[in-house]
Each structure stands twice: as structure tokens, then as C-alpha cells.
Design a protein around this ligand. Structure first.
Ligand code: NAD
Length: 517
């Protein structure tokens, strides 16, 4: 394998994509510190979902190129793991500064490839930046334990060592935050990394990698390969990759979990969701309605922690009409337009799927209080837009309820009591997030105790924990046992070694099991 070095820096090359549609730039892989064009003859278009303009093309990376990326990561590992943790932290300190410097550029890239509004794209970068900031404290996070004199003159201590080459496989919906959930924690704890961005929006990963190198990350510590199913399967099967972080749909996540676990790898797999918000009649109406609209329709509903289902308890069901009024007032537009509240969904196929699920709800008896399917956005007539949509009278047997819609669609259900509402949530297969809106401490506490969801919001619609905690989806929303970021994230990327030492000669010979008696 002889890499053809990419002539331009990645970011310089992609600037062309905003003006030249005829010859979109090819997104290079990053192998051993060089941006290299793939020798593949197969490419996939990265499409601006607001305009259908081809922004760039990603290669279906060839197997020997993938192997070269893994070899580069393997080669970089011995010296990187022996680099002092304080030095590794300093790379992250610099990286967080560079991400702040390039925030606007990153956000523009995300809006161009993914569609979300520029402000929301900045949030995407910022929530990832917080993980980089957290990784700056790796010396403390990775600290081991020490017990003195566990037996006569004997001490035991444990150290957390990096695993080796780790890999990350990303979804389209948070092109910056999710790669930043992965590689900063992995590399600062001493691993090297192979990242596979979403084929739909690889640009933010490329820009972040460029910044990581500018921050001083040595060649080969972070590598990037592009592709789809074949490259994912190659990652699952590769003997040199020790752990895989995955975020995406259940179909892909369970496949990767099964295939990579069968090869003895650690896997953390964050998957789909159906997050419910329970509205109690004693909730503050203004704040609750605003929270429901923001969490249901923000990012066009394409957040794994979007609130996609509301359960109105008792009289709170009368708030539905006010919910519709507020949802109607939202502005649907291209994410680059300053007045946009929500942008397009990611693809034509995604729009078709969302519309099909709305229609299935109508056909199975739900009332369509607000229909966003036929929206046309002036100036962006080709965009994959779906306006805010609200279905009421939704029941648990409906397809629109059982499936994750992943679009700007809010389902409304009703319950007579908190108990009944909690039972509805607990019967749902997903367990990513759940929220309650109430002014009663007793109701909130009951909800917190009884609810089967990994991330619980009390008057907080999208309770995504900051990086000193972990992202703790449960049930069908997660497979594995060590969650992303926080203490669990460091534990995921490290192996404990437990050492027992003594420094005096043991008296006599005994074949009995040593004890501390
Ligand atoms: P996706 O599963 O289609 O793609 C994710 C990654 O898996 C991509 O890199 C893709 O190339 C790869 N992939 C897809 N199908 C594959 C297959 N059959 N075999 C091997 N690899 C495959 O997900 P998406 O559409 O990009 O993202 C949306 C999904 O991600 C939603 O379900 C959303 O809930 C979920 N998500 C979950 C979280 C979380 O933390 N729980 C966060 C963000 C997104």
C-alpha cells in the first residue's frame, strides 16, 4: 500500500464544495498522519439536505487501506501509551482551544452537510467540546487505587492501562459531538484510534482531526476511514482492534455488538430511542409547553434524546391546542438562514419514512392536529423539509408509536394517573431518556424511582448528562455495560491491572493457598 498524499489540507479542499457543484472534492482518509485519497473506484455523495447540492464524496475505502490505518494505529501505540499522561492532556488542552477558535467553521460544515441550524450546530460542537475539556483531567480520571499492608508487609495496587487500538463508528445526527464522545477519551487514556464517521456528514470529523493534529497529536494516534457496511464489518473482525464505540440505529448497533463481541472485543453501543415526557396537571404551563416544542422539534426531531412522545395526565390534555399553536409558529428553513428554527431531515429516504409513519398513524386512528408533510420552503424547494407535525390520540399498538420516527413529529397520548403514564413508558422497549413536568416533589420522586429509563429529566426535557457523568441509555437503547464518557467512558477504554507486592523474603516453604491470616 503506497498512500497518495492528499495535496491540500482537508479544510482548504472542502471550501471548494460550497461554490463548485460539478466536481465535488473527494474526502480523504487519514492514515498515519497523512490525508490520503482512497484508490477506491466507488464513492458516495455527501448531500446538502437543504439544497441537494453534492458537497463532497466519500470513498468506500479498500480493505488494504483500512488495514494500513489499523497498522498505523498499532505502530503509534507503544510510544503513545508511554507518553506521560500530562503530555497527552496538554494536547487536549490545546485541542479545546482550537475547537473554540474554529467553532464557526465547524458549525457551517455541520449545517451544510447535516442541515441543522447554525445555532444548533454550535451546540453540537459545544457538547463535544465539553468532553475534550473533561479529558484534560485524565491524570485524575485514570488514577488507580492503592491498599497498604493487605497482608504482612504486602501492598496491592491497581492501574488502568490503555487497551491498544480502539475504533469508533458514528451516526449522522451529531457530526461533531459524537466523534468527540469517542476519540478524546480514548486517546488521552493512551489508546490509538480508528474513526469511521457517518457517510452522510464526514466533514466535522475531518476538521476535528485536522485540529487534533495541529494540537500536537502524533501521527497514527487518530486515523479516519470512510465507508459503510463493509468497513464496519472489517472493524468488527479485525484482530488488532480491541474495543468499538458505536452510536446509531438498533439494526446496525445490535449487528456490531454481536459480531464484534463474538471476536472478543469490548463494545459500547448507543442506539435508538422513543423518549417520553409526562405532563402533570400541576406543571408550569408556559415553561412546559416551550420545553415540549423545543425538545420535540429542535434539530428536526433528529436527536436521540428528542422528546418524541408526550403523555398528558388528567386535565393537562387540554394543553394540546396551545402546543399546536406554538409548533405552528416555528420557522422551517435552511439551517443557514438566520430565522430558521428547524432545518431539513437528512435525506429524501428519511423524509419518505417520516411521512409514511405519519400516514400510518392517521390510518390507525390518530388525529392529525398539525401536518408538516407538504411544506415547501421558498428558495429551497428541493430540500428534505418536514414541518412540525402533531398526532393526538396515539396508542401503544400503532406503528408510529412502536417505531422510532426520527423527524419533527410529536405523538400525544393520554393517561388518567401518573401510575398509568409510568406504566406506558415502562412497556416501551427503549430506555434512553424520559422526563416529567410537575411542580410536585412527590410526583417527581415517584417518577425518578419507578421509571425504567437511563436518563431522567425532572422539568428538564433533554437530560443529556455533562461529561463528568455518563450518557446512560438503557434497555434497547444501549448494549454493553460501560457507557460513553465520564468514569464509565474511561473504564471502557482501559483495562485494570492489579499488582500485589512485598519486599521481604517469605519464610519457609508452603504449598497451601497463601492467605493473610
Ligand atoms: P445508522 O445506524 O444508520 O448509522 C450509524 C453508523 O452505522 C454509520 O456509520 C453507518 O455507516 C453504519 N451502519 C449503518 N447500517 C449498517 C449495517 N447494516 N452494518 C454495518 N454498519 C452500518 O444510524 P444513523 O441513521 O446515522 O443515526 C440515527 C440513529 O442513531 C437513530 O436511531 C438515533 O436514535 C441513533 N442515535 C443514538 C444515540 C444515542 O446516544 N443513543 C445518539 C445519536 C443517534
Amino acid at each position: 500500500f503506497t498512500p497518495q498524499i492528499f495535496a491540500l489540507k482537508y479544510s482548504t479542499a472542502t471550501q471548494h464544495s460550497f461554490t463548485h457543484t460539478n466536481n465535488p472534492p473527494k474526502v480523504p482518509n487519514l492514515i498515519g498522519g497523512s490525508f490520503v485519497n482512497s484508490q477506491s473506484s466507488e464513492f458516495i455523495d455527501v448531500i446538502n439536505p437543504a439544497t441537494q447540492q453534492v458537497v463532497s464524496q466519500i470513498p468506500l475505502t479498500k480493505n488494504e487501506e483500512f488495514k494500513a490505518a489499523v497498522s498505523a494505529a498499532k505502530e503509534a501505540f507503544p510510544s503513545w501509551r508511554n507518553t506521560p499522561v500530562t503530555t497527552r492532556q496538554r494536547v487536549m488542552l490545546k485541542l479545546q482551544q482550537l475547537i473554540r477558535r474554529d467553532m464557526d467553521k465547524l458549525a457551517m460544515n455541520i449545517t451544510t452537510e447535516q442541515g441543522k441550524t447554525l445555532k444548533d450546530a454550535q451546540g453540537d460542537v459545544f457538547r463535544g467540546l465539553e468532553v475534550v475539556e473533561h479529558a484534560c483531567g485524565m491524570a485524575s480520571l485514570q488514577m488507580g487505587e492503592f491498599s497498604s499492608n493487605v497482608s504482612h508487609g504486602t501492598d496491592t495496587y491497581s492501574v488502568r492501562e490503555p487497551l491498544g487500538v480502539c475504533a469508533g463508528i458514528c451516526p449522522f445526527n451529531f457530526p461533531a459531538m459524537i466523534p468527540l464522545w469517542m476519540f478524546p477519551v480514548a486517546v488521552t487514556s493512551g489508546n490509538t484510534f480508528v474513526l469511521k464517521p457517518s457517510e452522510k456528514d464526514p466533514g466535522a470529523s475531518m476538521l476535528l482531526a485536522e485540529l487534533a493534529m495541529e494540537a500536537g497529536l502524533p501521527n497514527g494516534v487518530l486515523n479516519i476511514v470512510h465507508g459503510t457496511n463493509d468497513i464496519v464489518n472489517a472493524i468488527c473482525d479485525d484482530e488488532d482492534i480491541k474495543a468499538i464505540s458505536f452510536v446509531g440505529s438498533n439494526t446496525a448497533g445490535m449487528h456490531i455488538y454481536a459480531r464484534a463481541s463474538a471476536k472478543g472485543k469490548r463494545v459500547q453501543s448507543n442506539m435508538g430511542a422513543k423518549n417520553h415526557g409526562i405532563v402533570m396537571p400541576d406543571a408550569s404551563p408556559e415553561a412546559t409547553l416551550n420545553a415540549l416544542v423545543a425538545a420535540g422539534f429542535g434539530a428536526a426531531g433528529q436527536r436521540c434524546m428528542a422528546l418524541s412522545t408526550v403523555v398528558f395526565v388528567g386535565d393537562s390534555k387540554e394543553w394540546e391546542s396551545e402546543l399546536v399553536k406554538r409548533a405552528k409558529s416555528l420557522k422551517v428553513n435552511a439551517g443557514t438562514e438566520p430565522d430558521a428554527d428547524l432545518g431539513p431531515v437528512i435525506s429524501k429516504q428519511a423524509k419518505e419514512r417520516v411521512c409514511r409513519l405519519i400516514q400510518s398513524g392517521v390510518e390507525s386512528g390518530a388525529r392529525l392536529l398539525l401536518d408538516g408533510r407538504d411544506i415547501v420552503v421558498p428558495g429551497y424547494e428541493q430540500g428534505n423539509f418536514v414541518g412540525p407535525t402533531i398526532l393526538s390520540g396515539v396508542t401503544e399498538d400503532m406503528e408510529c408509536y412502536k417505531e422510532e420516527i426520527f423527524g419533527p413529529v410529536l405523538l400525544c397520548m393520554q393517561a388518567d394517573s401518573l401510575e398509568e403514564a409510568i406504566n406506558i413508558l415502562n412497556r416501551n422497549k427503549y430506555g434512553n431518556g424520559a422526563a416529567i413536568f410537575t411542580s410536585s416533589g412527590a410526583a417527581a420522586r415517584k417518577f425518578q424511582v419507578d421509571i425504567e429509563a437511563g436518563q431522567v429529566g425532572i422539568n428538564v426535557p433533554i437530560p443529556v448528562p455533562l461529561p463528568f457523568f455518563s450518557f446512560t441509555g438503557s434497555k434497547a437503547s444501549f448494549a454493553g455495560d460501560l457507557n460513553f464518557y465520564g468514569k464509565a467512558g474511561v473504564n471502557f477504554y482501559t483495562q485494570i491491572k492489579t499488582v500485589t507486592q512485598q519486599w521481604k523474603d517469605l519464610p519457609g516453604l508452603s504449598l497451601a493457598m497463601p492467605t493473610s491470616q
